[in-house]
Design a protein around this ligand. Sequence first.
Ligand SMILES: CC(C)(COP(=O)(O)OP(=O)(O)OC[C@H]1O[C@@H](n2cnc3c(N)ncnc32)[C@H](O)[C@@H]1O)[C@@H](O)C(=O)NCCC(=O)NCCS
Ligand SMILES: Nc1ncnc2c1ncn2[C@@H]1O[C@H](COP(=O)(O)OP(=O)(O)OP(=O)(O)O)[C@@H](O)[C@H]1O
Length: 301
Amino acid sequence: MNARMSAAPISPVASSSPECSFPDRVATWAERSLMLEIETWPKPGLVSHVDTGSHTDMDADTFRRSAIALRPYFAALVAAGMRNASMTVLRKIGLRAERAMLSATGGVNTHRGAIFGVGLFCAAAGLREAGLVDARGTLGAVVRRRWGREILAGPRLPDSHGEMAGTRYGAGGARQEAAQGFPSVYAIGLPALRDAQSLAPGHDEAARVQACFTLIATVEDTNLLHRGGAEGLRFAQQAAQAFLDNGGVGDPAWEQCAGRIHQAFVRRRLSPGGSADLLAMSVFAMELERWPSDGSTVEVE
Ligand SMILES: CC(C)(COP(=O)(O)OP(=O)(O)OC[C@H]1O[C@@H](n2cnc3c(N)ncnc32)[C@H](O)[C@@H]1O)[C@@H](O)C(=O)NCCC(=O)NCCS
Ligand SMILES: Nc1ncnc2c1ncn2[C@@H]1O[C@H](COP(=O)(O)OP(=O)(O)OP(=O)(O)O)[C@@H](O)[C@H]1O
């Protein structure tokens, strides 16, 4: 099936409507970033508008329902950021968002990692907009400076997949990524999205595929460790790197090549959910970093 033909329409961004509040505008973009992640194929082992990858309990519609249900919680996180809320407050909103996700999907975990990452970006956008504290720099830098310590010190879920991967393989997972200011977004995802404009001009879905493979090649994804162990992580990183070494989406046969790697992940039941979340966050940041409150240029570290 042709990936572009089957893509569902995405609601227009509200950023152009002046009557829309700042939290609503940011939350609209957060929802759209999650939609754009789903409307990206081929992503190795992951759910998209074309197929369900290595998953049997969810499809693109499950993700779309989840993204729609999350929008009010993203707006609440922006508003909390505008009040300079503590991590304890953000966490409560995040946990309510997780419950809304489970109710929208019939109990399936579609966006747990994305609620955490995109949610923290929403709070950072609010803090930066309000200008209450030192909120210069990228959204990632704002997260690191304002909430980094609280994220690392916060309560843990002893039986979560991430915690088990941490104990067994020493992986830092989503929490460490956040506490460091999301280096995978700023050093990997965003540059890949930008560089792909010259590899496949005007083809936004191809740019997201390129960013997805670039993230998989580098990120220590606890979802891959959980399902495939160290061997699964190594296989995924090497396969993604081989795609990039072959020219990535600049190669004329890139769709077939990416499709073959996708099938190889499915045969091994591998699913790089952390990279999918970081792709959605990179799409979100690419837009939001153009919205500095004082009209100045934001330095991307
Ligand atoms: C911190 C969370 C993500 C802990 O989850 P867990 O212990 O399972 O950690 P883990 O590292 O596996 O992350 C969970 C998800 O993050 C994604 N992920 C995996 N690896 C990575 C990585 N290297 N980098 C970023 N994201 C990753 C995956 O989608 C994964 O399913 C979280 O579920 C939690 O504590 N939620 C409470 C709500 C909250 O604090 N919200 C903050 C405000 S929004
Ligand atoms: N397009 C996507 N396809 C699959 N997973 C995704 C996608 N986008 C994000 N993810 C992330 O992957 C995670 C879901 O993966 P997975 O189903 O492996 O987790 P799990 O339910 O914790 O584990 P398992 O299914 O192995 O028991 C979610 O936290 C979600 O954030």
